[in-house]
Each structure stands twice: as C-alpha cells, then as structure tokens.
Write a protein that binds this ligand. Structure first.
Ligand code: AMP
Length: 396
C-alpha cells in the first residue's frame, strides 16, 4: 500500500485524514488518555510541513447518525494543539469545504452525525470526498475493521495512503504473525473463551506455542478433565475447547495450560487464598490467578521465544494479589525486550490496562490501542479499510 513516502507533491492539496480521536473523557470533559492523539502527531506535522491543507475526520461515541451535540468534537482542537504543538481549527460540519490555507489544519465535526457514515452510503462518500478532497490518508487502524464511509469508502474514492501510525501498526502486526522470528509464542488470557474462539482457532495454526491463562484457561482445563470448583468456567464450550486441542495437535502447536493456581473463596481484593494444583481445586474455591509453578513454567517457555503476541490478562489483574501472575510475566517479557532478545506485540481488550498496571506498557515492542480491530486481525480476518488501501495500490 502507498504511504506518505509516496505522497510527495502535496503542497496546496486538501488531504482528508481519517484518525480515531474517539478518546476517553472523564465527567468533567477532560481527555484521560492522549495515546491515540499522540500516535498521529507525526502524520499531521509531516503533512503540515509539506504544505498540505489538512482536514481531519473522526468519529466520537455513538450518535447514531444524528447531529447530537453531546458527541461533538468541538472540545478537542485545544487538546490537539497542546499535544501536537501546531494550531488546529474546527469545522462544524464534516461535509463543508473547510477553505484552508496551505499548512493549515482543521478538525471536522463527528462523521457519525450522518447515517451515511456507518452505512458507507456511496452518496455520502461522494459528498465527503467531493467537497474539495484531493487525497485520503487513513491513520486509524482501530477503526479499520469497520467498512464505513470515512474508512473504506474514501479509500476507493480518492488516491489513498497509509499514515505513519497505521504504517507502524501494520509493521508491528507483520512482525508478530506475518513473518515472525521463531519460536513465536501467543499468550491468550482474559475471562471467556466464547469471545476468543476465532482468535484461538487462527493462532493455533500460526504460532509454535499457545499459552492459555485467565478464566478462559479454566474451560480448557475442564475439557482436559479437571474439576475447578467454583471457578469461572464455560462448561458448554467444552467441545469447542477439544476442537482447538485437536487443531493445535494437527498444526504442531503446543498448548500450555496452568498447572497450579491461586484459589479463593471470595471474588475480592486482598481476600485469603491458597495455591493449589489445578487437579485439586476445593469445591468452594475459585481460581483467580495462575500459581507460582505456572509462572516459572511460562518464563521457561518465554526464555526460548523470539516473538510473543499477547492478548488478555492471566488472572484478575484488577485485584491484588491476583495481579501477580500477569505482572510477573509482563515484567519478565519487558526485561527480555529491553535486552534485545524478544519482540512483544500486545493489544486488545484489557491487555493495555493490564500491562500499564504491571508498569511495562512502554517497554513492549508494540502495544496496540485498537480493541476490535486488533482482535479481528488476530482472528486472521481482512480488515476492510486496510484491504481498500491495498486494492487502491494494485489498481494504479
Ligand atoms: P478479556 O476482556 O476477555 O480479555 O477479559 C479480561 C478480564 O478477564 C479481566 O477483567 C480479568 O479480571 C478477567 N479474568 C482474568 N482471569 C480471570 C479468572 N481466573 N476468573 C475470572 N475473571 C478473570
């Protein structure tokens, strides 16, 4: 696909940039995490320095195709200015002609104020592109699993390029599952297997070892014949778990399951617990984290790995001491990344907060802030807005 390296003669052109500025905001209206804003700074500054007129498109919340000002993006330009260090204007309709001078930047109002956005209505796409758009830049990986007007539609309607953040994200994903340095190990944790069946089915055919943890490992332990007391366990998913075991064996992927666990009577921070074998969980106890033996075994596996792809915590990391398993493995992996022995690509769901909680989110090779898009990529699916960028390149 084409990148900003291919976009040379852009002075005076109107560049429609799709970012994901759907940032978390607290009750007082303050942005609580600027990661998504910070990651697209390079694209904005580069286009500005090249003399482009930059019109930024983004969604914010779910206004469901109506102009609901509770979801207006008008509060954001001052935050963007602070984070990017450049002036940012605001245009109160994403379909207006922003009439910018060379090097000026404007944030357009929420694209989801129009029904045509989520429907990818061709007329709406034409209006978005038609105002005066000369070029389209997609720098919103986290919105690229949606076939919307401002993600997929514009990539077909205008000469389309990947922005710097999207480029970095795709390079990291390629490093993890495209042409990874082997052995490649996947760590999949989290609450339930029902939400990750497609991820697991794809990973067993791609990685050398699949480490399972968290509540979802319980379903596999149940399928392997363990009685897990009062632990979270999707017993109705036993057959799916067995199918994954079989698929793994066919593809030569080793599955690692915890051998011991911290088991407590109450689902509560600081509650008393015992370290028990997964074959001897008392009937009134629930597994809330992996045990010390499992931590050591996982470190042993990671010690030989060259690449790790990680989604989901290994225990109830929000409640101490059941964060210990996730913390220990995250810190071990981070040290190996620092010494240059390992690449860790992590993302999806609670993974970012679990790594932040362990204090190592900045020490990983790449942490994706995309939830759904990262999971769909782990599932091996084509993301429509990315496919459209690639198609654009082939057509030319
Ligand atoms: P997910 O969004 O599927 O990645 O799940 C993340 C959630 O799984 C977190 O809120 C964890 O607290 C939860 N979790 C991890 N391990 C367990 C466990 N053994 N029992 C119950 N919940 C768990």
């Amino acid at each position: 696909m084409k990148t900003l390296d291919d976009l040379k003669d852009v002075k005076g052109k109107l560049v429609l940039c799709r970012f994901d500025l759907n940032v978390p905001v607290d009750e007082a209206g303050n942005v609580t995490d600027t990661t998504r804003i910070d990651r697209v700074k390079d694209t904005v500054v580069e286009l500005r320095d090249k003399g482009a007129k930059v019109a930024i498109l983004s969604h914010f919340g779910r206004p469901k195709g109506t102009c609901d000002l509770d979801y207006s993006l008008s509060f954001l330009p001052s935050v963007l200015e602070k984070q990017w260090g450049v002036p940012v204007l605001f245009s109160d309709d994403c379909l207006c002609d922003p009439e910018l001078s060379d090097g000026e930047i404007t944030l357009m109002e929420n694209v989801r104020f129009y029904e045509g956005e989520e429907a990818c209505d061709p007329e709406f796409v034409a209006k978005l592109a038609g105002g005066a758009g000369d070029v389209f830049v997609n720098d919103a990986f986290s919105a690229s699993h949606r076939a919307h007007a401002s993600t997929e539609g514009l990539a077909h309607a205008l000469p389309a390029y990947a922005g710097r953040a999207l480029q970095r994200e795709l390079d990291a994903l390629e490093m993890a599952l495209g042409e990874p340095e082997r052995p490649v190990v996947a760590i999949v944790g989290g609450a339930k297997i029902s939400t990750k069946l497609d991820v697991l089915n794809n990973l067993v055919s791609r990685v050398d070892v699949l480490i399972l943890g968290g509540g979802m490992a319980n379903t596999f332990l149940h399928a392997a014949g363990c009685d897990l007391g009062a632990s979270l366990c999707e017993k109705d998913m036993k057959d799916q778990a067995i199918t994954i075991f079989e698929k793994a064996e066919e593809s030569g992927c080793a599955i690692f399951l915890p051998s011991d666990a911290k088991a407590a009577v109450e689902f509560k921070a600081g509650t008393t617990y015992d370290e028990v074998s997964v074959t001897a969980v008392p009937s009134d106890r629930m597994i809330l984290d992996i045990g010390a033996q499992s931590i050591e075994s996982i470190k042993g596996i990671l010690g030989h790995a060259k690449t790790i792809v990680w989604n989901g915590p290994l225990g109830v990391f929000e409640m101490s001491p059941f964060d210990e398993g996730t913390n220990a493995i995250a810190q071990y992996a981070a040290a190996k990344v620092k010494s240059g022995d390992l690449k860790v690509i992590a993302g999806g769901g609670d993974t970012v907060s679990a790594l932040a909680h362990a204090g190592v989110v900045d020490d990983m090779t790449y942490v994706s802030t995309a939830g759904g898009a990262f999971l769909e990529w782990l599932e091996g699916k084509d993301l429509p807005a990315i496919a459209a960028l690639e198609m654009m390149d082939e057509e030319e």
